[in-house]
Design a protein around this ligand. Sequence first.
Ligand SMILES: C=C(O[C@@H]1C=C(C(=O)O)C=C[C@H]1O)C(=O)O
Length: 461
Amino acid sequence: MDIKFYREAIQKIKINGDKKYISMHFSFGDSNLEPTQVLHYFDAQKGQRYWYRSKNAPHTYNKVGIQYIKSISRSKFDDEQLQENKDKLFNSIQHVDFGNENKSSLSLFGGMKFAAEETTDEWNDFNVVSFHLAKYQFDFVNKVLIITDKIKNVDLDKILDEVHEMSTTIAKTKIGAVTVPEITRSKDLFVKGWKELVRETIDRLDDDFVKVVLSRQRLIMFKQEIDTNYIFEQLDHDTQNYTIYFENHGAIFVSKTPERLYEIKGKTLFTSAIAGSIAKDTDASQDKKNQDILLHDEKNKYEHQLVADEIVHHLNEFSDEVQYSEMPKILASNFIYHLETDIEAKLKKDVNIFSILERFHPTPATGGLPKDVAMEYIVKKEFGARGLYAAPLGLIHEDNDAEFAVALRSMFIRDRSATLYAGVGIVKESEVESELEETHVKFKPMMDLLGVNDEPQDTVD
Ligand SMILES: C=C(O[C@@H]1C=C(C(=O)O)C=C[C@H]1O)C(=O)O
């Protein structure tokens, strides 16, 4: 980092008294910083850190945020108000461009809980709706560090010292030995009740209520509080899926989801219908067979089509030009294959991205059909609240470019325990035992992350 250049440039900054925040970006192209190192470096900021990395390299986004200096938090989702809050916030920021060729990608990180109606103490550390503006945003795609601070507190020389110190120290930071969590207990919650609910739901479904996703939970207890550096390293290995790591107050939420809710780039929206599943197999020929079975299985194809049709239907409100392939393809994720249909749409002028979020979430891949009936059913019948499981989480930029993932294959960590979540789409043709089996497979990414190979011996009904 050319600190001398910045030192001179900073003298020329004219503070705009009409603004509330100042945001500067610095190129760190010459130092090889890694997200895991940055998160580790800011251990003292635990409770105010996030990491969001898009799936598949080269990643569209790969960003670590530290210290929430401003948060838009709501107990209810209101698209108009959120758009207004977001615009107001971005308009109150003075951007400083040092003539860097890398543009600033200042963003808000956050999303909303699966359902606003759910209330449990367990999830109280997270708001129903929250979008955070982090003071330090490390953008690993463009290799820039964006620092945003309140104008009334800002000390530009101090910021430069800080940047200099960070860029040199972080580059040398090694996580070193991490503590692998020691599991004292692992148990499946309400399995018997869940199976009964699936049975009851299959009976309940009819021509008017065709699909609902039912999830269940697994509780893992540790001997000591989990070493967050262990989590960072584990998350780093898998680049095939999204990486979501989100701290708020005393809680941590982690997801390795394969599912994108949508990505907006300029005037184009990209999304995918993902539903219909089969486990991967360690035997290569069986594994190939499994993929063929999935591509041709009527129940899975039906389940998938419901999701694809619903997404296309919602898109018609925001777009006059929607494109998608007629036949789903195979999406390989950790331990499991899904059916996937890619969908692309040209957005109409001036669409509110929060309205898209509200309309899309939840797709029938995590909610059901019709959406309202399914949501009510889930909130009323499922055991425990979903919180951020299956929730949309992602990044929103000033120019409305955004990406949201659906936080599946996820867990909630607090103190010495983790709660894992897994759900399955129930349709009239579902069978209880194979749906239960599918949840086992969907727990695996988080079990694997925690280093647990065995299924729990213990169940609580
Ligand atoms: C609900 C989950 O997954 C969703 C449900 C799927 C299905 O029922 O086939 C497939 C992928 C996801 O859209 C989960 O992973 O918990």
